[in-house]
Design a protein. Structure first.
Length: 231
């Protein structure tokens, strides 16, 4: 889409903040009013619009994307989205470890086991780890506690958690970032232990490198969006 406006600015609205292009409030892709909870979010969205060139590239507007996702996709389907995210705990990435080689097993343990300890300490949810890819049953009481945690987030926070969890393959990693226990950089590292190990042995091909870069950007953008919600 061609750029059709001159200026973008954050504006106060009745129930939050929005963004105006040449004085006209913008809407989400589904045509809902774009109303976000903090001025910081609105200000960054305005900057994303203002930074566009002659053509608008949605890929360069991650905060707009997370806000729109919260309004268009999560709000009308909140229970289903929250349940789907909580279900990641049943087959969480960090619970499934390699059987060999030994150095990969050690890397996974060093990166992932502290996160399981944190999850138990912070949320009272004890998840079991196993070797191999055959699914194991997790403690139902622990899964219920994590389900309650996920349902405690509002639409916008859940949008950030959705990006973190689906990209990393781990609900625990997503929750750790939102709790401030794990930085975006460390979350990327934890989600890419296997990939980094393989790359260290064989190198990256272009497709794999591009995929990993996309995942890194998504995790960093989701973490940044959540931080803006609390400024």
């Amino acid at each position: 889409m061609k750029r059709f406006y001159q200026d973008a600015a954050a504006v106060a609205m009745e129930k939050g903040f929005g963004v105006a292009l040449d004085g006209r409030n913008i809407r989400t892709p589904a045509k809902a009013a774009l109303v976000v909870p903090t001025q910081s979010v609105a200000t960054v969205i305005a900057k994303e619009w203002d930074a566009q060139g002659d053509e608008i590239d949605p890929v360069t507007m991650p905060v707009m994307k997370f806000a729109s996702t919260a309004i268009d996709r999560i709000r009308p389907n909140y229970a289903r989205v929250a349940d789907d995210l909580a279900a990641y705990a049943q087959t969480d990435l960090i619970c499934y470890r390699a059987e060999r080689p030994v150095d990969l097993v050690q890397l996974q343990t060093a990166s992932w086991q502290p996160l399981l300890v944190w999850c138990n300490k912070c949320h009272g949810a004890s998840l079991r780890a196993t070797q191999g890819v055959i699914p194991i049953e997790q403690d139902e009481a622990s899964l219920s506690k994590l389900l309650a945690v996920v349902h405690s987030f509002d639409d916008f926070a859940l949008s950030a958690l959705h990006g973190l969890t689906t990209t990393s393959g781990s609900l625990v990693i997503g929750l750790a970032v939102l709790a401030g226990h794990l930085s975006a950089v460390d979350a990327v590292g934890a989600s890419q232990v296997d990939d980094a190990y393989q790359a260290g042995k064989w190198g990256y091909d272009k497709d794999a490198a591009d995929a990993l870069l996309g995942r890194r950007r998504e995790i960093e953008a989701a973490a940044a969006f959540y931080a803006l919600l609390h400024e």
